[in-house]
Structure formats: structure tokens, C-alpha cells
Design a protein around this ligand. Structure first.
Ligand SMILES: Cc1cc2nc3c(=O)[nH]c(=O)nc-3n(C[C@H](O)[C@H](O)[C@H](O)COP(=O)(O)OP(=O)(O)OC[C@H]3O[C@@H](n4cnc5c(N)ncnc54)[C@H](O)[C@@H]3O)c2cc1C
Length: 332
């Protein structure tokens, strides 16, 4: 269906889709199986970095096979001491002629086991130059050693292990973007809209299951859906879902128009992910005891939704970004 190259340019085998298109695709995938949407979003995110900051030779080499999902990308940004604050990255890249020697570790590399390349962020400059001291390299997945694979509360079908590198030789033509500019330029990417879109997909799936289940299940000689208390709860779930979807589409549309999206992205991320936790939690409650079992999908929606207030940066950090944006506008 072209989804794996959805937002990539047609000239490199993509579909030239907008971020609004991406939101719809991610919502659909997430409603069925959230980690599949994560995998696609991260893959497209890596491809977008190559498209926007790579050389023409790199675009021609990687994008057509990435659009076809024959070459798969994963993101190696977070580390043990670089979670919310990515300037704490300790992986280093040292120049050696036409190559770089990379050593260090990455953790939470989603889809690592299916990836061909990990877009690996590493320090190439002094701490005093932060944040302009981090560069990005496309490192073949086989250069990494797997250190740990976590059992997670949710998102279980795609693993996000801790992996490490020891003096891995990476040619300079696998460096994506200018030396020292990789982390700073991540701020120009608009791919973050996929996290709220995943939240919308989970909330939608949970709501659809609730409507079906409570219409069919009878107690006190009536379908559960006849009870006003339950109907009002469902009405509130619909309200949350619609607002989350509209805020996510607003953020995507603003990005597609080339507008500043600081406020729109932060609002969508915080609102959609927190409402996804609320809606999936309510959905489990409305399924009663069977909702607490793996016989129904609602317990999975709730476990998967719980990731989204953390992944893509914890909501606390997005609240900081939002407040900073609002206050700085008043000052300026
Ligand atoms: C399943 C999974 C998949 C992931 N996939 C990837 C991936 O593919 N690639 C990748 O690079 N990373 C990935 N991540 C990493 C993810 O982006 C980080 O977990 C996230 O950025 C938070 O970092 P941390 O876990 O180290 O939390 P920490 O930075 O240690 O923060 C812990 C908590 O402290 C609070 N906090 C932090 N900062 C502030 C602040 N400024 N103000 C107030 N409170 C604050 C928040 O409540 C936060 O949740 C993944 C994570 C998970 C769990």
C-alpha cells in the first residue's frame, strides 16, 4: 500500500504524502497493533533524516529501498544517561582518516532485531560545545552487540533492546548531516506527530470494543449500554477521542503548512497520550472481569497506551516546552 514510504518523495520511491496522511495511517495501524505503528514511524523518521539532512548520494542509496521496506531503519538516540536530556549522550565517534570509530551504547532501540541500520547519535565534539557536539551515523545493525532485552509492560511484539558498539568502523559517507549538527537539527523534524496519532488509534480501538461489548452483554435483563451511567462515560470517551484526533491533525496540518509547531505538537502529545491512557483504562473497566484477561484486546490497549506518555519524550518535558513557548511569546 506504499505506507512504508508514505511521507518520502516520489522521486525516491515514496508516496509524497503529508503529515496529515501519516496521522491517518498511524492511527489505523495503531488501532490494530500499536507496536507496528511504532516500527513504521521510527523507520520513516530515520528515512526523513536522510532525506532532509543527507547528501544526494545518500538519498539515492538509501531512500528507494527504505520506501520499499527492503532496508529497515531504527533510531539509536537514547542511552542510560541520555533519556529526557539527550545532551548526556556518552557514545563517542572519533575521526580516523575517512572513517569514524564509534564506541558506546544505545538503549531502547525499537525494532532493532529487524533493522538493517541504526541511526546512531554520537559525540564528535567537546561537552562545552553542547548541543552542537553530536553527529549522526548510519551504522549497520550487525556492528552492535545486544546487551539486554527487557520484558515490558506493553508494546511487547516489537523489542527495544540495549545494544553496544566497540570501536565500530563507520565510513565518513555514512555520516548524515554536518559534524556536530545532528541533535540540533532533530528539532526541525516534524515526525513527532506519530506519537499522538498512535494514542488516537489505541483510544479509538478501545472505544469501538466498548460499544460492541456493552451493546451485546446483558445484566439486570438489559444490555449494559442501556445504563445511563455507562452511556455518559462512553460519551466522555468519545469527546476525548475526537479532541485528541483533532489536536493531532492540527499539529500535522501546521507542520505541512510550514508553520511553527512548538505549541501544537506539545499540546497534541500531552493531550492525546494522556487521554489514551484514560480511555483505554475506562474501556477495561467497562468490560468487567473479562477485560482484565488476555481474552479481550482492551488490556493490551491499556498496556500499550502507557508507553506513550514516556516515549517520544516524557510529557513533563513537553509541558516545559509548551510553557516556555507561551511565556517567551509574551516576553518577546
Ligand atoms: C519501549 C520503549 C521504546 C523506545 N524506543 C526508542 C527508540 O526507538 N529510540 C530511542 O532513541 N529512544 C527510545 N525510547 C526512549 C524514550 O525516548 C525515553 O525513555 C524517554 O525519552 C525518557 O527517557 P528516560 O526513560 O531515560 O526517562 P528519564 O529521563 O529518566 O525521566 C524519568 C521521568 O522523570 C520525569 N522528568 C524527566 N525530565 C523532567 C523534567 N525536565 N521536568 C519534570 N519531570 C521530568 C518524567 O516523569 C520522566 O518520565 C524508548 C523507550 C521505551 C520505554
Amino acid at each position: 500500500m506504499g505506507v512504508t514510504g508514505l511521507t518520502l518523495p516520489e522521486e525516491y520511491g515514496g508516496e509524497d504524502g503529508s503529515l496529515v496522511d501519516l496521522v491517518f495511517a498511524i492511527e489505523e495501524l495503531s488501532a490494530a497493533m500499536m507496536p507496528v505503528a511504532s516500527t513504521l514511524a521510527l523507520h520513516l523518521g530515520v528515512a526523513t533524516v536522510i532525506e532532509q539532512f543527507g547528501t544526494e548520494a545518500q538519498r539515492e542509496e538509501f531512500l528507494p529501498s527504505m520506501a520499499a521496506y527492503e532496508t529497515v531503519g531504527a533510531l539509536g538516540l537514547s542511552e542510560e544517561n541520555a533519556g529526557s536530556d539527550k545532551t548526556g549522550i556518552e557514545t563517542v565517534a572519533e575521526r580516523d582518516g575517512d572513517e569514524w570509530l564509534l564506541s558506546g551504547h544505545k538503549r531502547w532501540v525499537t525494532n532493532f532485531f529487524d533493522a538493517d541500520y541504526v541511526l546512531t547519535y554520537a559525540k564528535t565534539g567537546l561537552n562545552s560545545e553542547a548541543p552542537n557536539n553530536i553527529s549522526a551515523f548510519l551504522v549497520p545493525a550487525e556492528e552492535f552487540q545486544v546487551d539486554h532485552v527487557w520484558d515490558t509492560l506493553g508494546a511487547r511484539s516489537v523489542k527495544s533492546p540495549k545494544v553496544s558498539l566497540a570501536d565500530a568502523r563507520v565510513p565518513d559517507d555514512r555520516r548524515i548531516g554536518e559534524v556536530g549538527e545532528a541533535y540540533v537539527r532533530r528539532g526541525q523534524l516534524n515526525t513527532g506527530v506519530n506519537v499522538p496519532a498512535r494514542a488516537v488509534g489505541l483510544a479509538r480501538a478501545a472505544l469501538e470494543d466498548v460499544i460492541e461489548y456493552t451493546s451485546d452483554r446483558e445484566q439486570f435483563d438489559r444490555p449494559l449500554a442501556d445504563f445511563q451511567g455507562l452511556r455518559w462515560q462512553v460519551a466522555d470517551m468519545v469527546k476525548s477521542l475526537d479532541a485528541a484526533r483533532l489536536l493531532t491533525l492540527r499539529a500535522a496540518d501546521a507542520a505541512d503548512r510550514g508553520n511553527d509547531t512548538t505549541r501544537e505538537f506539545a499540546v497534541a502529545k500531552i493531550y492525546a497520550t494522556e487521554k489514551a491512557v484514560d480511555v483505554t483504562n475506562d474501556a477495561l473497566q467497562l468490560h468487567g472481569g473479562i477485560g482484565f484477561t488476555a481474552a479481550q484486546d482492551v488490556e493490551r490497549y491499556l498496556r500499550d497506551a502507557r508507553l506513550l506518555t514516556i516515549a517520544g519524550g516524557p510529557n513533563a518535558v513537553h509541558r516545559d516546552t509548551l510553557a516556555d513557548a507561551v511565556f517567551s511569546r509574551r516576553v518577546s
